[in-house]
Ligand binder design. Structure first.
Ligand SMILES: Nc1ncnc2c1ncn2[C@@H]1O[C@H](COP(=O)(O)OP(=O)(O)OP(=O)(O)O)[C@@H](O)[C@H]1O
Ligand SMILES: [Mg+2]
Length: 459
């Protein structure tokens, strides 16, 4: 979780930059500075700021051009333009392009602070709208969660059981493995299905914002809070709240969460009234929470409270049986979306099954999407797959020839020795998976077993 609101201050006047950065830091912001448009573009990529204070008149790339670039690459950052008296027209133009606001220099600090707070509020609001859209669960959700491996079948059974129970669920799994889909399914198959499903992205919000997002705030709770706002726990009343990346939540927020879980009540930030809600909590993490508990980074009581039920979403590499089905499913979706008719060649499917999928199902989706674009005909071939799925570029023949020579003691070796070396290499590449190795070799599994026995490779 981001500890503080991050800010990028762009101005070529070094004295102004220095003084202003000091003041903003004193107000609790995390400040990065840039002295030119060029530097601003570099820093944008590095710090991913919440708010950009951008001088209009910069040497080289102009303030307006930096604004355009920032809207493109960092649409969630709010930009406040700093302008001189003479350039109000350009300031208005900047609002048209997408700046949140402009201030005329020199501007009193407290006025600037109010505008910054408003920018932060608007950013939170946009994020919330986005999350509410993400929470809309399509009615046919089940049919878009596919797999047929024994692990996946077990997962589906568990989801069914847990959904009916109304208890808190902790969903653990590697990035991209399908945790959010599992959470949506749990909600969609529960009695709460007609009520809201609210996603809270703990990792992307800074501490104070996360609390005001979750619990809401009263009017005047902090600078810029000119209206009271209900928290997401209130919005989710009757339904389910999904706390994504729960491992990123600070200790203070952990205490507050524990209280809602135990008593179903909470107070808005700056408020005194107890608000009672009926909300089911689902949480997800790709961190190792038990270890975090041992290291004192995550409260043990909250961990136990959250994990009444635990669902582990297995990584894709440990259920390679699902790869073909999910890949076909994605091809179908993308065919519909682009109005084309592409299909996977069987050799492409084999290549997909051999990959380790560190980014899990999301990586598979991206790979299929990229291959669909690269393939120019109806059939997606292995060579259309991205570089990460291509066999290593090193020439294959020399090590084989060496192995064959070593096996036979002769200068070149026999075909049998070469075959044996090749089978060993393929087995190594598939992690000893004989079914996959047979597919890659283009022979039946029985045939492979026979050869393994003949070469003394069967164990
Ligand atoms: N079994 C599946 N069948 C079809 N699509 C899936 C399946 N599992 C995941 N997906 C898709 O893969 C993508 C990643 O899934 P999801 O967002 O649920 O993962 P996650 O574990 O929450 O990832 P992260 O840790 O990055 O937040 C989504 O587009 C999702 O729709
Ligand atoms: Mg997720």
């Amino acid at each position: 979780m981001k500890a503080r609101v991050s800010m990028l201050l762009v101005d070529d006047d070094s004295a102004f930059r220095h003084v202003m950065a000091g003041e903003l830091q004193r107000l609790g912001f995390e400040v990065t500075t840039a002295a030119s448009g060029e530097e601003a573009l570099t820093r944008l990529g590095e710090v991913d700021p919440d708010v950009v204070l951008l001088d209009m008149q910069l040497p080289g790339i102009s303030g307006l051009d930096v604004l355009k670039a920032a809207r493109e690459s960092h649409p969630s950052a709010e930009v406040i333009m700093l302008t001189g008296h003479g350039s109000i027209d350009t300031a208005i133009e900047s609002i048209r392009i997408g700046a949140f606001d402009y201030v005329v220099k020199p501007c009193p600090l407290d006025e600037l602070q109010v505008r910054i707070q408003r920018a932060i509020e608007r950013q939170a609001l946009r994020r919330r709208t986005h999350l509410l859209e993400r929470g809309l669960t399509p009615p046919d959700l089940g049919s878009s969660f596919v797999g047929d491996s024994p692990e996946f079948t077990r997962l589906l059974q568990l989801i069914g059981k847990v959904a009916a129970s109304d208890s808190t669920v902790l969903i653990a799994g590697e990035t991209g493995s399908g945790k959010e889909m599992v959470a949506k399914l749990v909600h969609a198959r529960s009695l709460r299905r007609a009520k809201p499903f609210i996603v809270v992205e703990a990792a992307t919000l800074q501490e104070s914002l996360l609390q005001s997002e979750l619990f809401g705030h009263e009017r005047g709770a902090f600078t810029g809070a000119d209206r009271a706002k209900p928290g997401l726990f209130e919005v989710a009343h009757g339904g389910t709240i999904f706390l994504d990346e729960i491992g990123e939540v600070s200790q203070t927020t952990q205490v507050k969460l524990l209280r809602v879980l135990d008593t179903s009540t909470f107070r808005r930030v700056g408020g005194t009234a107890e608000i009672r809600v009926d909300v089911r909590v689902l949480a997800a993490t790709n961190r190792d929470l038990p270890t975090m508990v041992r290291q004192g980074l995550f409260r043990e009581d909250l961990y136990y409270r959250l994990s009444t039920f635990a669902i582990d979403v297995p990584p894709l590499r440990s259920r390679s049986g699902d790869v073909a089905l999910i890949a076909e499913h994605f091809v179908g979706l993308l065919n519909d979306r682009y109005g084309v008719r592409r299909r996977l060649d069987p050799s492409t499917v084999v290549r997909l099954q051999q990959h380790g999928w560190p980014g899990n199902v999301r990586e598979l989706l991206h790979v299929v999407e990229a291959a669909m674009v690269v393939a120019d005909g109806p059939v997606i071939l292995p060579e259309h797959l991205p570089a990460s799925l291509q066999p290593p570029a090193a020439p294959v023949t020399p090590p084989y020839a060496a192995a064959a020579r070593a096996g036979m003691g002769g200068p070149l070796g026999t075909l049998d020795a070469l075959e044996r070396a090749h089978i060993e290499a393929v087995l190594a590449a598939t992690g000893g998976h004989r079914g996959q190795a047979a597919k890659t070799l283009g022979i039946s599994e029985r045939n492979l077993y026979r050869k393994l026995r003949d070469y003394g490779l069967a164990h």
